[in-house]
Write a protein of this length. Structure first.
Lengths: 276, 276
DNA sequence: CAGATTTTGGAATTTTTATTCCATTCTTCC
DNA sequence: GGAAGAATGGAATAAAAATTCCAAAATCTG
């Protein structure tokens, strides 16, 4: 009979900060559906003010009633009360991307935000350049070669290592047999290359000798090699059966990887779905 | 019999600009109450997305029915249609893709170049979102914490591993003492954390327990922890002294890393130059 | 593995909001 | 000053949205 007062009767968050705090606090211990709500809401807080329960629920991929329960757990009487908070706090983010970027770059030269502006711009330009310059024939051929391989050997060190490790991750997610040659212990695993396999080699100037060596070795054994590199003068080219070229825009001595990763992902996903 | 076609059958404005033009055009020749509507709406365009008919009518000091009539005169079927324009214009409508991209995507669906178009677009959108959402204060604080550290410990696995390995590369190029915790051999190297060091932890949903564990461990020893993560609900947050949040746009199940890398680079270069 | 407890999805209900309609009030112009 | 037409306000209705409730499913516990 004494239903020991279950949840302390939370009062509704009064500010957006309070809201975020409570959300972060609660999220970990919520059951699955409610957790989905929390994540979606966290990622799309700005849409609360202009959406209906049904729209948000659809976005979070839960039924509307789950979202209602979620609002109540946060301490609101319901969705409407929560929405009121955001409608009142709402001020449109009108200054759009290009304006915002200008502001970022205009900040005191050398400040972190100015730097960020530069890197964002460099990434954007690289992506645009890639869109313009991609060689569709080479891309299709690369996909074909890799789709037919038994195991795909991925090699890319130093600056190319983030790319090769991401490729390895994506292939694993798609259950494509792949081996990442990461150079740990200076082992080169050359003899892991078996007939029927293929090599995906990635390197940019200044080129890694280990990567080039592995690619040449594979070629001599008659394995197909797909090269992901930057210039027509790359030493990788004479080892390769298919060449994908991508040039990143530098910012100072530093180079974005946006375009390279976009291209690598494309390759991985296309291969993954071709192998089906 | 020929009821001389009354008002030319206006179609609804399709953009906010069109809306403003039509409003300016019409306002002068409207009768009193409708004129009030026009004036109030012109001055409070930004509230349309988040208000009800009744609220706006009260603001303009007219009855709701007058406001309804006003919407229809502007060419909308009613208030809801007008509101939809502003709700959509507000949040998600990051504008203007370049036309090149459209072409890429237009290629045979499922073809590699169509895929590439999607990844390029996802990267672009992620960069734009980052430009909008970056928390400059948190960024400065993160730079400060890492600049003061003796050794910087970088930890990020699975999907975050490309980011952490790139950070390690850049720090090395800049001669900043840094250690990459890569989980090789399942060693956690927890005791490499020394007083005076700092941790830069990177993880995205679904969060890596190893990364979170190392961050918490560091926090308990009183070391500063900089978190690079995606959502306010991330378990990393309660371990962190500075939190950088970045959200990537998904394409299907796959996620670009463009924005994350841009932010990571910024951090690395800012720290590198702060340490001279 | 059975029973207890929590979580979930969706249909039913209530509340709010948008929209229409029409009697009344203002304007205008003869 | 009165008739014709336009404009108006508010009550009535329709549509949409929020909220509740409960049976079924999933999960936990002994």
């Amino acid at each position: 009979m004494d239903e020991t007062a279950d949840p302390p009767p939370l009062s509704a968050p009064a500010t957006v900060e309070e809201f975020r705090d409570r959300l972060a606090d609660l999220a970990e211990r919520l059951p699955r559906r409610l957790r989905q709500c929390a994540d979606y809401i966290a990622a799309n807080t700005d849409r609360i003010a202009v959406s209906t329960v049904a729209e948000l629920a659809a976005g979070a991929d839960v039924p509307p009633s789950a979202l209602m329960r979620f609002c109540q757990i946060l301490g609101f009487s319901g969705f409407s009360e929560m929405q009121r908070l955001f409608r009142e706090a709402y001020s449109p983010g009108w200054p759009d991307y290009s304006t915002r970027l200008q502001n970022l770059k205009a900040g005191e030269a050398g400040s972190p935000s100015a730097l960020l502006g530069e890197f964002i711009e460099a990434g954007r330009l690289s992506l645009e350049a890639l869109a313009k310059s991609v060689d569709e024939a080479a891309l299709s051929q690369a996909v074909q070669l890799l789709s037919r391989a038994e195991t795909i050997h991925i090699v890319g060190l130093r600056r190319a290592f983030p790319v090769s490790s991401y490729l390895a991750y994506v292939f694993e997610k798609m259950a494509v047999p792949a081996m990442l040659h990461d150079g740990v212990g200076k082992l080169d695993h050359r003899f892991a290359l078996r007939p029927g396999d293929a090599v995906l080699a990635i390197t940019f100037a200044p080129y890694s000798t280990e990567t080039v060596a592995l690619a040449l070795d594979a070629q001599q054994r008659g394995l197909p090699v797909v090269a992901l590199t930057d210039l027509p003068t790359s030493p990788l080219i004479r080892a390769a059966s298919a060449v994908l070229m991508v040039q990143e825009v530098d910012f100072g001595a530093f180079r974005s990887l946006s375009a390279t990763i976009a291209l690598a992902m494309t390759l991985a996903v296309a291969v993954g779905s071709a192998r089906g």
